[in-house]
Structures are given as structure tokens and as C-alpha cells.
Write a protein that binds this ligand. Structure first.
Ligand SMILES: *[C@@H]1O[C@H](CO)[C@@H](O)[C@H](O)[C@H]1NC(C)=O
Ligand SMILES: *[C@@H]1O[C@H](CO)[C@@H](O)[C@H](O)[C@H]1NC(C)=O
Ligand SMILES: *[C@@H]1O[C@H](CO)[C@@H](O)[C@H](O)[C@H]1NC(C)=O
Ligand SMILES: *[C@@H]1O[C@H](CO)[C@@H](O)[C@H](O)[C@H]1NC(C)=O
Length: 364
């Protein structure tokens, strides 16, 4: 009798340890501290103050969900950086800082924004201070390129079809990497033009991993939101419909956002345009025009002659128009398929990336 009781007690203790250990594991605080210690170069609060003229409003280049982004020049005099300062008064800012540290910790891809260092410190008043330092993207966000102010000259400021194709392929490659080359897979959860940044060569880099999630193994690539502590807050217009229903975080949610982004880039219409109400959405609008009316909804800037495009100058007018139409048809096909209302019907980011490469190659 006694040995049985002892055995039972032993197992009870063992299993409670297992539960404790299991509960500890998802706590990401420790690994973000690790990240800070791993870094080859650390930066102090004082250095960041100096780099931004005391976080001067003239250095402010963006306002995000959980803080502000400043342009800064580091001490060496010729390293320009973007400094994202988290507003820790915001309830979720700390979590967002940790999510971003975690996501960017081990990943490297030419189409992802590169994190240079982080700063977790206290400011001169003794308040907690958290910031991330990124490489600076001189050409700003895709948002400002897609929807330039009306006063700006259409020809000077618009991206050509070829440039748009390059950017769309860059973004697809970045997501493909996050979903299929990272272990565990990373879901960005907030893909939109404002989070796609353009470097000096107009190469696109996906940024803002403040809402990013790791996908657990063994959940079939999906996390029930009940297993995560925070609800999904993507961006209206880009967030997958199933997230609104409190459903899954999954790679297919990113695929949806990518589909919307594609449709936006090539029609020139934002998904939150005033025209989209009373049941009309960007998807419906494109679907109704597909396939025969696809050129009627194409962004007019796509018809502008490509700058310095040898292939195009050799082609005659009708040939070029035909090429554009074929390209547009294929783009819309991918866009609509990615943005299907049902996540089960969406293609994977790997397939989307493959198709985007094909479409670009065919146009070139
Ligand atoms: C600026 O960068 C270049 C190349 O990275 C380096 O050789 C030069 O010394 C730097 N200048 C200053 C003032 O740090
Ligand atoms: C931005 O993009 C243009 C091409 O559209 C390029 O000429 C320029 O060098 C880029 N960089 C900046 C800082 O404007
Ligand atoms: C333009 O291209 C089409 C198809 O390639 C061809 O039939 C037509 O003759 C060409 N026109 C001129 C003016 O070169
Ligand atoms: C979504 O996929 C289903 C099945 O392939 C298809 O019937 C439907 O038309 C698609 N919806 C859109 C908006 O493409």
C-alpha cells in the first residue's frame, strides 16, 4: 500500500514540474534579455538622445501603433539609422518590443528590415526606455509611393509597372522566407504598404514586426487565439477576415494581406478608399472586372512608358499594351487567389512567390 502511495505522490510532483516547465517556456522575457546581451554593439539612451537631437520633432519620420520612429545619425558621423522608440505608457508596447526583438533575433533576408541594435534602459527621468535601431530606408514607405499627394507630379513620383513588379516580388520573397524558411515559421500579422520600406535602390524591405507571431509546431500551422494572450489587431483593409472572427493566426492570414497589397499596387485603389462601402470591397471591385475588364481597373500609371527600358522601346505600341494586359491579368489572378475570403482556398506564400517571379520574368 505505502509504495503505491509514494509512487502516486512521486508522479504528482513530477507532473506538476512538467506543467510548471511547460508554462514557463512561452515566457519570452528571458530570451529578449538574451538578445540584448548577444548584440555585438550596444547603444545607450544618451547616445540615442545625441543621435536625434534629443528626439527632436524635426527628426520624427513616423508614428506607429506603439511609438515613434526617428531618424538619427550615430556618433561615427556617417551611419544614418531609424530609431523606433516604444511608448511604454501604451499597455501593449512592451509586448510589441519583445515580439519584434524575438522575431528579428535570428532572421536575415535581403527583403526584411535589418535590426542593428536595441536599447533597454531608463531615460534621464528614471522612466523605462525601450528602443530598436534599424538601418535607415531613404526612400520611405511604399504607402507614400502608392498614394502620392495630388500636388506631386504623376510622372516623377509614380512607380512604373516594372518597379512595382520588383517590389511585389521582393515582398513575396520576404514572406516566403518567414513562412517557409524560418523554424518555427513567423507570421507577420500586419503586412500593409506602410510597413514596406524602400532603400536607396528601391529594393523593398518588410518591417514592423511588432505584431509578429511564431507558429507553434503541432498546431497544424495554426494557433487558436485562445492560446495567445492578445487579440489580433492587424490593420483594417488588410487584416484577414477570419482574424476578425477571433479565429486563427496563420500564414494564410499574411497571404490574404499580400493579396490585398497586390490588388492595391496594380489598381492604385486603397482597400480603405471611400468608394469601398455598402458591401463593395477592393476584392469585389476587381472580381467584377475580371477578366475582360481588367484593363479598365488597372492603375493608369502602368501605361506610362517605362523609363530607360530597351525591351519596351523595341516593341511597338500595340505589342507593349498587350504585354501590360497579360501581366495585369496574371497579377490580378494571383491577387484574387491570395485574398480569397476562405483561408483554406488561399495559395501558400511559396506558390505566390514562384508565380510572382514568373510574371515578372515574362514581362521583362
Ligand atoms: C564613414 O564611413 C567610411 C566607410 O564606412 C569610413 O571609412 C569613414 O572613416 C567614416 N567616417 C567617419 C567620420 O566616421
Ligand atoms: C529613391 O528612389 C529614386 C528612384 O525612384 C532614386 O533615384 C533615389 O536615389 C532613391 N533614393 C532617394 C534618397 O531618393
Ligand atoms: C506592331 O507589332 C505587331 C505585332 O507584333 C505587328 O503586327 C505590327 O505590324 C507592328 N507594327 C509596326 C508599326 O511595327
Ligand atoms: C475562393 O475560392 C473558391 C474555391 O476555389 C472560389 O470558388 C471562389 O470564387 C474564390 N473567391 C474569390 C474571391 O476568388
Amino acid at each position: 500500500m505505502i509504495p503505491i502511495v509514494v509512487t502516486i505522490i512521486f508522479f504528482l510532483i513530477l507532473s506538476s514540474f512538467a506543467v510548471l516547465y511547460w508554462k514557463q517556456k512561452p515566457n519570452q522575457q528571458t530570451s529578449s534579455v538574451q538578445l540584448l546581451e548577444d548584440q555585438n554593439f550596444r547603444v545607450s539612451y544618451a547616445e540615442l538622445v545625441k543621435a536625434t537631437n534629443g528626439f527632436s520633432s524635426t527628426k520624427l519620420i513616423g508614428l506607429g501603433r506603439y511609438g515613434s520612429v526617428y531618424k538619427g545619425i550615430m556618433d561615427d558621423g556617417n551611419t544614418t539609422v531609424a530609431i523606433k522608440v516604444f511608448n511604454l505608457l501604451h499597455r501593449s508596447a512592451s509586448r510589441s518590443f519583445i515580439a519584434e526583438c524575438e522575431a528579428l533575433r535570428n532572421i536575415r533576408h535581403r527583403n526584411l528590415i535589418k535590426i542593428l541594435t536595441s536599447c533597454s534602459s531608463i531615460d534621464f527621468q528614471g522612466n523605462d526606455f525601450k528602443a530598436l535601431v534599424f538601418e535607415f530606408m531613404p526612400n520611405g514607405s511604399l504607402e507614400t509611393w502608392l498614394h502620392p499627394k495630388p500636388v506631386e507630379d504623376l510622372h516623377v513620383n509614380s512607380l512604373s509597372l516594372r518597379k512595382r513588379l520588383d517590389i511585389a516580388v521582393d515582398i513575396a520573397d520576404a514572406l516566403d522566407y518567414l513562412h517557409h524558411n524560418c523554424q518555427p515559421p513567423i507570421v507577420h500579422c500586419d503586412l500593409k504598404p506602410g510597413n514596406v520600406l524602400l532603400d536607396n535602390d528601391m529594393c523593398a524591405h518588410v518591417g514592423d514586426f511588432g505584431l509578429a507571431r511564431f507558429l507553434n509546431e503541432g498546431t497544424g500551422g495554426h494557433i487558436q487565439s485562445s492560446s495567445t494572450t492578445v487579440g489580433i489587431k492587424g490593420t483594417i483593409g488588410y487584416v484577414a477576415p477570419e482574424y476578425g472572427a477571433g479565429c486563427h493566426v496563420s500564414t494564410s492570414g499574411d497571404v490574404y494581406s499580400y493579396g490585398i497589397l497586390l490588388l492595391e499596387m496594380f489598381t492604385g485603389k486603397s482597400p480603405v478608399d471611400d468608394m469601398f462601402q455598402d458591401g463593395l470591397s477592393l476584392c469585389k471591385f476587381v472580381e467584377m472586372a475580371f477578366p475582360d475588364g481588367v484593363m479598365d481597373i488597372a492603375n493608369p500609371v502602368l501605361m506610362l512608358p517605362e523609363p530607360s527600358n530597351i525591351a519596351n522601346s523595341q516593341r511597338n505600341g500595340s505589342d507593349a499594351a498587350w504585354k501590360i494586359q497579360e501581366c495585369m491579368l496574371n497579377l490580378v489572378k494571383v491577387g484574387l487567389s491570395c485574398a480569397n475570403q476562405s483561408w483554406r482556398e488561399r495559395m501558400s506564400m511559396r506558390d505566390a512567390a514562384t508565380m510572382m517571379h514568373r510574371i515578372r520574368d515574362a514581362y521583362n
